[in-house]
Write a protein that binds this ligand. Structure first.
Ligand SMILES: NC(=O)c1ccc[n+]([C@@H]2O[C@H](COP(=O)([O-])OP(=O)(O)OC[C@H]3O[C@@H](n4cnc5c(N)ncnc54)[C@H](OP(=O)(O)O)[C@@H]3O)[C@@H](O)[C@H]2O)c1
Length: 211
């Protein structure tokens, strides 16, 4: 599958690396090929491709959005046409002052992302834990897989994203429509408060048991 990354820092770089190693053609949608972030991602995996954002998005089937949330209003509108019909994996979280919801829980960040790219098929995923787990989600002593929640309104898009989640070693768990994004964003805040403000290991993830 052809996958493009808008943003390849703490979150985007490990996901891009692992997806390339899983057999996908992964392109960094780079504002500048000389940027330090590009060089860091390439040092990690030289098989990643680099292209300017509009070309990378136009060629991709799935686009990962892993930019700072505040950048989305600048990043997405110029790409709105190129994103039409594409699966847009929203990895971003609106985090406000004092680790509160950045939109005061009035709307979700993913609803805003959908509004900025109206014809993209938005799926929120890879947001409920810190980047350490996107880098390394191996839990050798556990007999269940770590769980990754995702949500979105387009069933086929969600199926594609669930496939990628599974390839990366997670148990994908469908949380429902994009309306659930707000609740995923609150789960993120819960995790951040427990780990970044507390003493817990950043390799804290949730597992799902169901009967
Ligand atoms: N950090 C975590 O643990 C974590 C976990 C899950 C989700 N998230 C969410 O994931 C997103 C990315 O977080 P991160 O920690 O990976 O951030 P990061 O390390 O700062 O990386 C951000 C990436 O976005 C790029 N970028 C910044 N401004 C941009 C702009 N205006 N246009 C295009 N690209 C731009 C940066 O490129 P340059 O470096 O070249 O500027 C960099 O590649 C955030 O929304 C965050 O809430 C974070």
């Amino acid at each position: 599958m052809k996958i493009a990354f808008l943003g390849f820092g703490n979150v985007g770089a490990p996901l891009a690396d692992h997806l390339q190693r899983a057999g996908h053609e992964v392109t960094l949608a780079a504002r500048s090929a000389d940027a330090e972030s590009v060089q860091r991602a390439l040092a990690r995996n030289a098989a990643l491709r680099v292209a300017e954002p509009a070309a990378a998005v136009a060629a991709a089937e799935v686009v990962f959005l892993a930019t700072p949330y505040a950048a989305n209003a600048a990043v997405l509108p110029p790409l709105a046409d190129a994103l039409a019909g594409k699966v847009l994996v929203d990895c971003t979280n609106p985090v406000g002052p004092g680790l509160t919801h950045g939109l005061q829980s009035r709307s979700s960040g993913s609803a805003e992302v959908q509004a900025l790219a109206p014809r993209a098929r938005v799926v929120k995923a890879f947001t409920i834990y810190g980047f350490e787990n996107l880098d390394d989600n191996r839990f050798p002593a556990a007999d269940v897989k770590p769980m990754m929640l995702y949500c979105g309104d387009d069933a086929a898009a969600k199926q594609q994203v669930a496939g990628l989640i599974g390839q990366l070693g997670w148990q994908p768990l469908d949380a429902g429509g994009l309306v659930q994004a707000l609740h995923l964003e609150h789960m993120t805040l819960l995790w951040i408060r427990m780990v970044r403000m507390g003493q817990r290991s950043p390799h804290l993830v949730w597992a799902a048991l169901q009967r």
